[in-house]
Write a protein that binds this ligand. Structure first.
Ligand SMILES: Nc1nc2c(ncn2[C@@H]2O[C@H](COP(=O)(O)OP(=O)(O)OP(=O)(O)O)[C@@H](O)[C@H]2O)c(=O)[nH]1
Ligand SMILES: [Mg+2]
Length: 615
């Protein structure tokens, strides 16, 4: 008996191949891996309407037969019959997304040109209809030279017709397409075909389709995303300065008022050195937080964020994660806690664990005050190109360092601790929308409120405790108060550990309370320097934190401190949430150990490289 004919489903990512495959084969599926690669091989039996039994294969989504990823390589090799141990498919079903016709026709032409028996599933016609798109399958059929069947995979519409079409599909002469036609030529042809097949379309749909073509373009898309993020970080510095200056002035006025109204003594010191210097040092970063979230909220509300996730899916697959991890990781830019909780939507337990473990590497908004105060003090405010400020560039690099760190760690974890294949990604792209100003304002208000509440509660409390520990026991005549204090003594102990990476006692002192929350590093430094300033020296007393840092730290020290905060898991709440979400202490302990390890190594490397470079 001859083996059943083999039919493969091919098409761009997210065309609905897997949905169609499931609808066609039902439960009769076999899932395995292609030998030698971690790409899933899905096949299943089905019976065509003619009664012919066939074997159906679901191939990974691809943009062309020139592979750029392991998935695409499998698709390309299987279709051409070059995959060892895998028979070439006898017929192909090309799956197209009807609402994204032009883009999907580029790859379709390449496949049709192979000359194999081929039928087209014009899938997702329901979404196209919803978008006000009227399509003409006959026109498409004439342009492509193969049968076109409208389908809705998720509603099982058009399946019988598709079965009939593939049974009737015949071998054709290979057309010009593989070598003769360039990518550009295929794009031009795709444009003409889509034009002919689209009978009517709303203006809005045309605009959205054009936006998607650009923003989801295989290499233009990531480039635009990158450029956009770059602009965001430039803006965080460039726009915030006047507002931050005003806030700083406000804190200064308050300090003056307290100095005038409250009699000199420990209580006044608590108010000025503890509360105003400490909490004030954090609060001045409110404008930067608001600007950062303005961009994040606009990207979310406009529908762009989902596109970014879609673009990142390929990169995430490269490190063994799926695009599903993207949203939790993205939330972690605000704060790792909601990010880690959002991993509940990841079904694969090892995928989920990996995502939890790398979430703290995404630069959360609590790091922004730490980065910003040090960058403002040590990185000169000059441009390094048209419109590119050096300070914004450094901030951008710190964010990128966190992302690269996370990707490398994910790659290593997926090969060791959380070994396993990456699972697929299913996601629907929302429609583009202009963000509603009211929603934006509410979102910004919420973010600002969260930030201020933290400053008023946890940061306030930790700063007051630190102030107490810094002021007792009282220093003897001629002795520095910080040296004499309990906090100073504890910090001396830690300083021994962090001296090899270039940190001094004051930095060590800031690290301890910063375990509660990262911003506390800023308030702790401000309070420490306020307490340390000689009482009789008015100038030293009035010095802003940035000037204090400039006077006391070297550039290598500052850079090492930045590198430390890229990695260090200085956030009690994150550890607690990780414990809750992983049901035990094993993984939070692992997380603490590896992140502190990385922080130590990278801060040290940064310090010694900077020293060697003569900075
Ligand atoms: N409304 C609608 N949704 C569909 C249709 N076909 C697929 N989908 C949805 O589109 C999304 C992507 O479908 P998949 O089947 O995973 O796409 P794929 O082509 O296998 O994607 P890759 O495996 O990434 O190449 C899923 O959320 C499906 O539920 C359809 O005809 N109509
Ligand atoms: Mg699929």
């Amino acid at each position: 008996m001859s083996r059943p004919r083999k039919i493969a489903l091919v098409g761009n990512p997210n065309a609905g191949k897997s949905a169609l495959f499931n609808a066609l084969t039902g439960a009769r599926q076999k899932i395995a891996n292609y030998p030698g690669v971690t790409v899933e091989r899905k096949s299943g039996r089905m019976v065509l309407p003619s009664g012919e039994p066939v074997e159906m294969t679901d191939l990974p989504g691809s943009y062309s037969l020139d592979p750029t990823s392991p998935d695409e390589e499998v698709t390309s090799k299987v279709i051409r019959g070059e995959f060892v141990g895998e028979a070439a498919p006898d017929a192909l079903i090309v799956v197209l997304d009807a609402s994204n016709l032009e883009q999907h026709l580029v790859f379709a032409q390449e496949i049709i040109a192979l000359g194999k028996p081929t039928a087209i599933a014009l899938n997702m016609v329901d979404l196209a209809e919803r978008d006000g798109l009227v399509l003409d399958p006959i026109a498409l059929e004439q342009a492509l030279g193969v049968k076109v069947v409208p389908t809705v995979a998720v509603r099982r519409r058009g399946l019988t017709e598709l079965g009939e079409a593939i049974a009737a599909a015949e071998l054709r002469h290979p057309g010009p397409g593989l070598t003769q036609l360039s990518m550009t030529e295929r794009r031009v042809a795709a444009h003409a075909m889509a034009d002919a097949a689209i009978l009517s379309e709303s203006k809005r749909h045309r605009l959205h389709a054009r936006l998607d073509r650009t923003l989801l373009h295989p290499w233009l898309g990531p480039l635009i995303l990158f450029a956009l993020l770059f602009v965001v970080f430039q803006a965080v510095f460039a726009w915030a300065t006047p507002f931050a200056d005003a806030l700083e002035g406000g804190v200064g006025l308050l300090t003056d008022a307290v100095n005038d109204l409250v009699p000199a003594g420990l209580f006044r010191d608590l108010l000025t050195d503890g509360v105003l210097a400490g909490v004030g040092a954090v609060v001045v970063f409110l404008p930067q937080i608001v600007i950062l979230f303005f961009f994040i909220l606009v990207m979310e509300a406009s529908g762009y964020m989902a596109r970014a996730a879609f673009l990142m899916d390929r990169m995430m697959a490269g490190v063994g994660l799926s695009g599903r991890s993207f949203i939790p990781l993205l939330s972690s830019f605000a704060c790792a806690i909601p990010g880690i909780m959002a991993t509940r939507s990841i079904t694969d337990p090892r995928d989920r664990l990996t995502t939890i473990l790398i979430a703290p590497l995404m630069t959360c908004s609590a790091r922004l005050p730490v980065y910003a105060v040090i960058i403002a003090a040590f990185i000169p405010q000059r441009t390094v190109g048209p419109g590119i400020g050096l300070q914004g560039l450094v901030l951008f690099c710190l964010y990128v360092a966190g992302i690269i760190g996370a990707m490398v760690v994910a790659l290593i974890l997926r090969r060791s601790v959380t070994k396993g294949a990456a699972s697929g990604f299913i996601m629907e792209l929302p429609k583009y929308q202009l963000p509603a100003p009211k929603d934006l304002l509410i979102g910004l208000w919420q973010r600002a409120w969260i930030f201020l509440r933290r400053a008023g509660t946890i940061i306030f409390m930790v700063t007051v405790i630190l102030w107490l520990l810094l002021n007792f026991p009282r220093a003897a005549e001629g002795q520095n108060q910080v040296d004499a204090s309990i906090a100073g003594k504890i910090a001396n102990g830690l300083a021994v550990v962090v001296e090899p990476i270039g940190f001094d006692r004051d930095m060590a002192l800031a690290l301890i309370p910063a375990m509660a929350a990262r911003e506390v590093a800023v308030s702790a430094l401000a309070t420490t320097y306020a307490v340390a300033a000689p009482v009789d020296n008015e100038d030293a007393q009035a010095m802003a934190l940035g000037d204090q840092l400039k006077a006391r730290w070297t550039l290598p020290m500052a850079l090492a401190f930045l590198a430390w905060f890229v990695f260090a898991p200085q956030c009690m709440s994150t550890i607690a949430v990780t414990r809750r979400e992983t049901n035990g202490w094993k993984w939070p302990a692992f997380m603490l150990a590896y992140l502190f390890g990385l922080a130590y190594v990278f801060a040290g490397a940064t310090y010694w490289i900077a020293v060697a470079a003569g900075l």
